[in-house]
Design a protein around this ligand. Structure first.
Ligand code: ATP
Ligand code: SF4
Ligand code: MG
Length: 315
């Protein structure tokens, strides 16, 4: 399978000025590596504030002005620089944004979904597709002429979904696409995402709902404190014995109790010399507090931990 998206050693930090002139740089994403193949759904699972939306926005080239980015992003083997991001955005690469603020408040929602057209014939063709997708999500014709402020939260989310799917993108970045949706629309969304995959497309599904990731993804990347700590096949998430990182194991063991939601434990932020999971890790050693483990491949699994072999051999 050809690689569609490759993110290599991506770090994102922000420059802020505290009390006037005191400059402060805060690192939010560190050394992030992830990839999506054609015909593949990769879920990024992380708790609130762990940098998931920033990852999405960096791929689309819509990060805030005070951000500083290092690392490389490639799309179909080509470096995804700002020019290429702008060229492909909303066309080959589409975003289902997390926030409904992405809707243009001054434009009727059907026209936003249809987008720019070169002539009337194209507009007519896209209007048919817009209506078809809106109808699939239970948005009847009366919705077409509404402005975003006239929509309920759930309707606005459905408009965002439809607007991304109307393009039939090669790469879809879905940033928390399902919260706030009714059960039928959640199922519809999952089915649409899977349908893209069946047609050779790639999807990066960003979520803090493990259940959605387990039902949809081929691989799951676990985010902890701005680092990817494990990328593993979805089938291995059925038991804590078949995942490798101590945090992933703790996560899976806690699932039935917490209703399949990520626990919101305190995660260290900013520059730390050692492993980000050091404070909570049951198998830590002195080395872990001094040196930071790299994300490395082990039998097809990407893992960031010095001691996982010993821990898993002993299991
Ligand atoms: N413009 C900015 N300046 C400074 N910090 C920012 C800026 N934008 C985002 N951040 C910080 O980056 C961190 C990650 O934000 P992000 O929105 O990517 O998290 P998330 O994982 O998507 O969370 P959620 O699950 O709640 O959507 C947050 O702590 C946020 O405060
Ligand atoms: S590197 Fe050390 S502290 Fe970090 S997860 Fe592995 S054993 Fe635990
Ligand atoms: Mg987010």
């Amino acid at each position: 399978m050809a690689k569609l998206l490759e993110v290599e050693n991506l770090s994102i930090s922000f420059t802020q000025y505290v009390q006037g002139l005191n400059r402060h740089d805060s690192r939010v994403i560190s050394d992030l590596t992830i990839d999506v193949d054609e015909s593949e759904i990769v879920a990024v699972l992380g708790s609130s504030g762990s940098g998931k939306s920033l990852l999405a926005h960096s791929i689309l080239g819509i990060l805030p002005y005070n951000s500083h980015v290092t690392g490389e992003i490639r799309y179909k083997g080509q470096t995804l620089d700002q020019d290429l991001k702008e060229k492909l955005r909303g066309d080959e690469i589409c975003l289902i944004p997390q926030s409904v603020n992405f809707l243009d408040p001054l434009m009727k929602v059907s026209e936003q979904a249809i987008g720019e057209c070169k002539d009337d014939a194209e507009h007519k063709e896209r209007k048919v597709r817009q209506r078809e997708i809106f109808a699939r999500y239970g948005l009847d014709e009366s919705v077409d002429n509404l402005y975003p402020f006239e929509l309920s939260g759930g309707m606005a989310r459905k408009v965002l979904l439809s607007t991304a799917l109307i393009e039939d993108p090669d790469l879809l970045i879905a940033d928390e696409p399902t919260p706030g949706l009714d059960k039928k629309s959640v199922e519809e969304t999952i089915s649409d995402i899977k349908n893209l995959k069946e047609h050779g497309k790639g999807v990066l599904l960003i979520t803090h709902e493990i259940d959605a990731a387990l039902k949809t993804a081929d691989r799951i990347a676990i985010f902890y404190s701005g680092y990817v700590i494990e990328i593993n096949d979805v089938k291995n998430f059925s038991s804590s014995e078949t995942v490798l990182h101590p945090y992933t194991k703790a996560l899976i063991d806690s699932l039935p109790r917490n209703g399949f939601k990520l626990t919101e434990g305190v995660q260290p932020l900013g520059e730390i010399p050692g492993c980000p999971y050091y404070e909570n890790c049951p198998i830590r050693t002195d080395r872990c507090n001094k040196e930071r483990p790299e994300l490395e491949e082990h039998d097809g699994v990407m893992i960031r931990c010095f001691n996982f072999k010993e821990a898993n051999d002993g299991a």
